[in-house]
Ligand binder design. Sequence first.
Ligand SMILES: NC(=O)c1ccc[n+]([C@@H]2O[C@H](COP(=O)([O-])OP(=O)(O)OC[C@H]3O[C@@H](n4cnc5c(N)ncnc54)[C@H](OP(=O)(O)O)[C@@H]3O)[C@@H](O)[C@H]2O)c1
Length: 297
Amino acid sequence: MRILLIGSKGQLGSELNISLKKYGEIIDSDRSKLDLENHEKISLYIEQIHPTIIINASAYTNVEEAEDNEILASKINFKAVSILAQISKKLDILLIHFSTDYVFDGTKKDPYLEDDLPCPINIYGKTKLEGEKAIQESGCKYYIFRVSWLIGKYGSNFAKKIIYFAKNKETLKVINDQKGVPTSPRLIGEVMNHLIKSYQTNSIWDFGIYNLNPRGEASWFIIAKFIINFINEMDNKNSFLVKSVQPVSTNEFKTKAKRPLNSLLDNSKLEKVLGYELNDWESYFINDLKEILHNSL
Ligand SMILES: NC(=O)c1ccc[n+]([C@@H]2O[C@H](COP(=O)([O-])OP(=O)(O)OC[C@H]3O[C@@H](n4cnc5c(N)ncnc54)[C@H](OP(=O)(O)O)[C@@H]3O)[C@@H](O)[C@H]2O)c1
C-alpha cells in the first residue's frame, strides 16, 4: 500500500513518518517536493505518485501570524486542501486530514462533539474550517481528525517554550482560563495505525470527522506546572532558574488572535471505533516530556 505523507517534517508529520513505516511504501513529502502554495502542481504530483492513501499533516499553523496573512493561510489550509480532496475523489484515494479545536469559539461548557456547530474566532480556525468543508463537499473518502494542543518531541511547541523560559526566568506567568489537553503526536500515530489496519482489512470505519485528543482536562497553567514539577525532580545539575509558575487570565496576555476558552474535544466517537478508551493526557505527555528534556538537558 502506497501512502503519501504530506508535511512530513512538521511536529505531527515527523512522528507519522516513523510510526507508519511498517505499512509498506511511505512517500514522505515536504515543501521541497511539493509546495502547497503552488496549486497548479498539486494534482500532477499526486497523479504521478498515485497513492492509496494521502495523509495531510501539513498546514499553515502560525495562529498569531495568520491574523495578518489570511491569503497565505487560506492558500494552504483551504485551497490546497480543496485540490487534495478533488484529486482524491478523482483517483479514489483515501484522504486523511487533520483539523483543530480552533474551529470552535470555545463558549460551550462541555467538551465539543463532532457535530457541534463550528464558529471560529480567528483566521487560522476560519481557514481550517474552510478546508474541512472543502473535503466534505468533494465527495472523496475521507477522515478528518480534529486535534487539540499538539505537543511532542519534534518541532516547536508549548512544552519546549516553557522549558526554555524555565532555564532563564525565576517566575513564569501562564494562562489558566483556557481549557484543553495536550495531544501527543505519538497518540495520533497509534490511532492512525488502527485506522490503516482497519482500512486494509476492509473493516472500514465510517468516513467523516473524528475528535482525537486524550481524556482529562488541563489548562496551559496546569501543563506548565506539570512540566516544572517534573523538571524539579529531574534537574540534579541545577540548570533551571525557575522558582514559581503563576496563573494569569487570557485578558492579561495581549495577542492578535483570539483563542477559544474551551478547547476540549469529546472523543467518544473515536473510542467506539477503536474499541477501547484512550488514557488521560498525563500518561502520553510524560513520555514526550522525558524525551524533550533528555534532548535539552
Ligand atoms: N500545533 C497544534 O497545536 C495543533 C493543534 C490542533 C491541530 N493542529 C493541526 O495538526 C496538523 C499538524 O500540525 P503541526 O503542529 O504538526 O504543524 P507544523 O509543525 O507547523 O507542521 C506543518 C508542516 O506543514 C508544512 N507546510 C506549511 N506550508 C507548506 C507549503 N506551502 N508547502 C508544503 N508544506 C507546507 C510545514 O513545512 P515547513 O516546515 O517547510 O514550513 C510543516 O512541515 C495541522 O493540520 C494543524 O492544523 C495542530
